[in-house]
Design a protein around this ligand. Structure first.
Ligand SMILES: N[C@@H](CCC[C@H](N)C(=O)O)C(=O)O
Length: 277
């Protein structure tokens, strides 16, 4: 069969977006891995599927698959692309869209300038929320990686994140430590590893080694996680501009039980069709 898709990106974090409201298809893990391959496939960090909601109070269901084929709970850059996609495809005319994800419901608002603001819910720091193997909730946890003692903040933004503070993000050992943190046994469902440089109380630089996809040019939930950890540690004040390799996001969070909001762009690159075997 031929599957119609749209290639999109949020700050260079790129996606294959598939409308499963008007098409029927079921993609197996190995097909996703093949399609994600940048040499033999289409190439993307995540596959996003747009589906009818299970709960009739919601507008859509949105599912996320990493390049390794694994389904995950949340994707911030993907959520913004999702909002642009459903409007561009005329699946909805709404500017405020309610969507089900495996990590819980999200509300997306398409702004007048076509940037998208996502209500990402409340950051959850309890180790059980990730999950992370620790006896108590702390602002910083010691994590031993190959005899190196790291201090990480841990937080769930629907999906799990560990955030490490570095002096200079350009020089940060993302390629070396990223895979080791991602697969650390204290994170039984693996984790996204963020490397955060604080520039000022309202500005950070960030690189993220993503679970199941490797280092990407931007990670929306990673930006939310870094800002949530920074505000909780009283290192940052809301709103915070996050400079990622692919561009900037604005993250606002009042702390405590308040919902965190992420604002940024979402771009369509091209439409295509691919044969599924
Ligand atoms: N790129 C994403 C996050 C995608 C999922 C992540 N790799 C995970 O496994 O949790 C974003 O923009 O948030």
């Amino acid at each position: 069969m031929l599957l119609h898709f749209t290639k999109m990106h949020g700050l260079g974090n790129d996606f294959m977006v598939v409308d499963l409201v008007t098409q029927r298809a079921r993609l197996r893990d190995e097909q996703i891995r093949h399609l994600a391959d940048r040499h033999f496939g289409i190439g993307f960090d995540q596959l996003l599927t747009v589906e009818p909601p299970l709960n009739p109070d919601m507008d859509f269901r949105y599912r996320i698959f990493n390049a390794d084929g694994g389904e995950v709970e949340n994707c911030g850059n993907g959520a913004r692309c999702f909002a642009r996609f459903v409007r561009d495809q005329r699946l909805t005319h709404k500017r405020e869209i309610r969507v089900e994800t495996a990590g819980g419901p999200l509300t997306l608002v398409v702004e007048d300038d076509d940037r998208v603001t996502v209500d990402m819910g409340t950051p959850r720091f309890a180790p059980s929320a990730l999950p992370f193997d620790a006896a108590e909730d702390r602002m910083l946890h010691e994590l031993v990686v190959n005899d190196e003692r790291l201090e990480v903040g841990v937080v769930s933004m629907g999906n799990p994140h560990a955030v490490l503070r570095v002096d200079d993000v350009q020089q940060a050992p993302v390629e070396r430590l990223g895979p080791l943190i991602e697969a650390h046994p204290r994170f039984p469902q693996r984790v996204n590893a963020g490397f955060m440089q604080i520039v000022s109380r309202q500005e950070i630089r960030l690189r993220v080694f993503e679970r199941g996809s490797g280092e990407t040019l931007a990670c929306g939930t990673g930006a939310c996680a870094a800002v949530a950890c920074g505000i909780r540690q009283d290192l940052l004040d809301s709103p915070v501009t996050v400079h990622l390799r692919g561009g900037d996001l604005t993250i606002a969070w009042a702390g405590g039980d308040a919902n965190l909001k992420m604002t940024g762009p979402a771009e369509r690159v091209f439409d295509g069709r691919v044969a599924l075997n």
